[in-house]
Ligand binder design. Structure first.
Ligand code: ZN
Ligand code: MN
Length: 478
């Protein structure tokens, strides 16, 4: 393998999370709906109907183009891509061909080994989706619900060098799409459909060899597995002196194998021409400014800033920027907290994430506010409450909506670190467990944990465990 390198480019269709379709008022997301219930004369291609572009689709395309640092075009056009297939009622797909919404651009993808791969963007355009066909009991059924669902097609250059790099690109793209609220990017619901172009060459060569195209991978793991298999197959064929042919390959998820499909139409077969029913897409400067006015700091930039500004380890910064509302939450908690921000990061990664997972929530939906998280950590720092009490407070604040201080006062959760009270508890436990006292005094030091546990229970979890241990040790030795 080390003698060869793989050349991979990805073509991704991104389903946008707009309310309505790209050229009509039908609901865009019909995942849970019965077939052919979200259709109208426009998206089912009835004669005489006319498409009207959805400005929300253009706005999302502009935001993605900006994130890719592409040149946003003040004027672009919609074209017709003609082909005949039962799920395409008009006999053509409306897409963008020679003059699309953006040109150029790139995405810098951090790799697990610490390097960064710059992935060029060769194409970024808006288009409509086609319907779905299904075979059932020997009949071919057609569902037009998906006709006219808005998509962005984005094609990278041949810039990725391994199956892992391809997977990383897709992971970062999915994160970015959610961050920018462009797409739900749920691969199981086919919001991100990726085809991979794969070729190999002997390391050091600069020309591109014949590539194959892998279709129908619908998860990141499938992409990784399919690309890996195809690279291995091409190397084997090359070494056996066989020619690599420009096949289209279908990934079979169940069998985990690639199967050769029909050969593909060439561009000329599609007879592209400008759609005469649609005017040019012209972006007014004021409108464009509005769309980009609240453009956020992007996840990778925020990740770098978290490392730089807060001194967080890369591991923490990666998790805390995995999702936008989580990173906002962390920053708000960090701002409210007086102390080492790594403490906030630890609580976020251990306890807040656990709470989010258990409740199926995003950080932005928590009733436990970031300032309250900071307050709880500070109550622990000040020894007002112990750590287990602090952890249980997260849920109590989330469930009751009361402030941490209120709950501590109402439930008497303040930590018992008063040495008189602790000594009293310790004496009681020692008096009631002569057997263990004897064993401890005979050298079984590990029993100290048992004594501390008893004292914690006796104090209903409120004792300061460190102070309790010190007093127990003192009394047991005496
Ligand atoms: Zn419609
Ligand atoms: Mn397409």
């Amino acid at each position: 393998m080390t003698q060869y390198e793989a050349i991979i480019g990805l073509e991704t269709h991104i389903q946008l999370n707009t309310q309505t379709k790209i050229f009509c008022g039908c609901k865009a997301d019909s995942w849970d709906d019965a077939p052919n219930t979200n259709i109208c004369p426009v998206c089912s291609g009835l004669p005489g109907s006319l498409p009207v572009p959805n400005a929300a689709v253009v706005a999302k395309a502009v935001r993605l183009a900006k994130a890719m640092q592409a040149d946003i075009q003040a004027e672009s056009y919609f074209d017709r891509k003609n082909y005949f297939y039962p799920d395409l009622p008009k006999g053509y797909q409306i897409t963008q061909y020679d003059k699309s919404i953006a040109t150029g651009g790139h995405m810098d993808v951090p790799m697990p080994d610490g390097s960064t791969r710059r992935v060029g963007i060769h194409k970024l355009h808006m288009e409509e989706d086609a319907g779905k066909t299904r075979n059932e009991k020997g009949r071919r059924l057609i569902d037009f619900n998906r006709c006219g669902v808005p998509l962005i097609e984005m094609v990278t250059g041949p810039d990725l060098r391994s199956a892992d790099e391809a997977a990383e690109y897709l992971i970062r793209l999915r994160q970015l799409l959610r961050w920018l609220d462009i797409s739900e990017a749920d691969m199981e619901k086919a919001h991100l459909r990726t085809d991979a172009n794969v070729s190999i060459r002997v390391r050091g060569e600069t020309h591109l060899n014949t590539k194959t195209e892998i279709k129908n991978v619908n998860s990141i793991e499938s992409l990784r597995a399919a690309v890996e298999k195809e690279i291995a197959r091409q190397i084997q064929a090359y070494e056996a002196g066989e020619r690599i042919e420009a096949w289209t390959l279908d990934w079979d998820e169940n069998a985990q194998t690639l199967r050769k499909m029909r050969s593909k139409e060439t561009e000329a077969d599609y007879r592209y021409f400008k759609d005469p029913d649609l005017l040019a897409v012209r972006l007014e400067p004021a409108w464009l400014e509005g769309v980009l006015a609240d453009f956020p700091e992007l996840p990778l930039a925020r990740r770098a800033r978290f490392i730089e500004q807060y001194g967080l380890p890369e591991y923490d910064a990666n998790i805390l920027t995995s999702e936008r509302s989580l990173s906002d939450y962390f920053e708000a908690a960090a701002a409210a907290y007086a102390g080492d921000v790594k403490r906030v990061s630890n609580w976020m990664m251990n306890d807040v994430l656990k709470l989010l997972n258990e409740r199926g929530l995003e950080a932005g939906q928590l009733k436990l506010r970031p300032e309250q998280l900071a307050e709880i950590i500070q109550l622990v720092d000040a020894n007002t409450i112990n750590t287990p009490t602090g952890k249980s407070l997260l849920e109590k604040v989330q469930d009751s909506g009361h402030s941490p201080q209120e709950i501590v006062a109402a439930e008497g959760l303040s930590q018992v670190s008063d040495s008189g009270a602790l000594r009293e508890l310790a004496e009681k436990i020692i008096a009631s467990s002569p057997d263990n006292v004897e064993k401890y005094r005979a050298g079984k030091d590990s029993l100290i944990g048992w004594f501390v546990g008893q004292l914690m229970r006796e104090s209903q979890g409120k004792a300061d465990p460190n102070a309790a241990r010190a007093i127990l040790e003192e009394l047991l030795k005496g």
